[in-house]
Design a protein around this ligand. Structure first.
Ligand code: HEC
Length: 399
């Protein structure tokens, strides 16, 4: 397909994904807050007699709201019942489509890193798809196993398995793709929780009531457990969505560990808010989150990498020659690299003026972080990186 069309399709999908994700995560935050903030109605009150287990008052948008939660179910089923599921389904469908367009269709550049593992595009895609389906199957089996009855133990085991997934994917895929596939595995678990557990459970509750009986509370308990898990997944998944802008994280030699630290920070911070809704100010959690984020900031800081001594003269002509050979098939007005319709990140390096203008960024990407050339597809040597470093150190002059 035409590269421009693919790019525009990815724009539309990304936009949709963001919109649906906001709607879904927004309602997840809202309902967890609601649940944690409910207070039991007073003894003998009408609400108590109706079977309300908790309620609250809120003011928003110029009106007062009084949501009530029933211990199991109301005495009779209301005519109109609102469901929350399309936010979740749309987020997953748009996200998976985006994954296919951005990563799977360009597996050679976006997923495979020759320095990590030698794979064919189909092998890389297979690993990606298996990580999504496999994660759900293992997680779901765990929740249904005896471990699933012990919240704390389950949380620790699930986090341990995600750590294993992050590590495993980094043994096969490039850093960006590995990060993104940890995110899509978590997103798949989240949506499968809605599709296979929460919604079917709610349907069974409604059916039982239509048949004149009382719903089995197990559906409510199970659904609640899964929606709490989804809530803890949100901050890690949101970090992964934006991680692609931060090469210092996914490009780190121990990228999988950076990801695990970021996820742990997200879970700690989320936990603080969940406790706070219950009226408990447990400051140890945001402090732990801050310590973990501090550790990431320190660990990802650029470190001087030993470069070989420069051989020969260092001048602009030489630098320009290196860039022409190693960078221009992507960073030109009309890139020749397959699948690129425009210079990536809008960075042009095709003439003297644009190289001089971008000197610091070139140094950052090709010498400090070594993120460029992408996946070192154009096989830039350490000697060439040393020449660029020396040119910058000498003032990045135009001769
Ligand atoms: C195979 C294609 C390819 C090659 C070759 C390549 N780049 Fe890039 N470059 C990219 C892509 C893709 C991005 C966007 C990365 C992103 O969005 O994270 C990018 C982004 C950049 C950026 C902007 C990064 C930022 O966040 O500010 C700079 C600067 C850059 N490249 C410099 C270089 C230099 C210097 C070379 C040669 C040594 C080079 N690139 C070679 C594909 C390439």
């Amino acid at each position: 397909m035409d590269a421009h069309l693919i790019e525009f399709l990815s724009l539309l999908l990304r936009w949709l994904h963001l919109i649906a994700g906001i709607a879904w995560i927004g309602s997840s935050f809202y309902f967890i807050w609601l649940d944690n903030s409910l207070e039991p109605p007073p003894e003998g009150s009408d609400a108590k007699k109706k079977g309300v287990s908790g309620e609250l008052w809120a003011v928003h948008g110029g009106g007062f709201y009084n949501p009530q939660k029933y211990a199991v179910a109301p005495a009779s089923l209301p005519e109109r019942l609102h469901w929350f599921k399309w936010e979740a389904y749309t987020t997953w469908l748009s996200g998976t489509a985006l994954l296919v367009v951005v990563y799977w269709l360009r597996a050679q550049t976006m997923m495979i890193d020759g320095g990590v593992a030698v794979l064919t595009p189909w092998q890389a895609i297979g690993i990606g798809a298996a990580s999504m389906a496999g994660s759900w199957l293992i997680y779901d089996a765990l929740c249904r196993s005896p471990v699933g009855k012990r919240e704390g133990a389950l949380g620790v085991v699930v986090f341990g398995l995600l750590t294993l997934l992050a590590w495993g994917l980094h043994q096969w895929l490039g850093g960006r793709a590995a990060f993104m596939h940890v995110g899509t595995a978590m997103g798949t678990i989240m949506v499968a929780n809605v599709f296979f557990v929460i919604i079917p459970g709610q349907k069974k509750m409604v059916e039982a009531m239509r048949a004149g009986g009382l719903p089995d509370p197990i559906h409510g308990i199970r659904g609640k457990q899964r929606s709490v898990h989804n809530n803890y997944f949100t901050l890690p998944v949101l970090f992964i969505m934006i991680s692609n802008h931060y090469a210092s994280t996914y490009g780190h030699p121990h990228a999988w560990a950076i990801l695990v630290l970021m996820m742990a920070a997200g879970v700690s911070i989320r936990h603080f808010f969940n406790r706070r809704h219950k009226g408990v100010l447990a400051w140890q959690w945001p402090v732990l989150g801050a310590v973990l984020l501090g550790a990431v900031a320190w660990w990802t800081a650029p470190r001087a990498i030993a470069l070989p001594p420069v051989e020969g003269v260092v001048n602009f002509e030489r630098v320009r020659g290196i860039i022409g050979e190693r960078c221009l098939n992507c960073h030109a007005p009309a890139p020749t690299f397959p699948g690129l319709a425009a210079p990536p990140a809008g960075v042009l390096l095709h003439d003297a003026a644009s190289i001089l203008k971008n000197a610091q960024r070139i140094h950052q990407q090709a010498v400090v972080s070594r993120m460029m050339p992408l996946g070192n597809l154009t096989q830039m040597t350490d000697q060439e990186r040393a020449v660029i470093a020396a040119w910058i150190a000498a003032g990045a002059a135009a001769q």
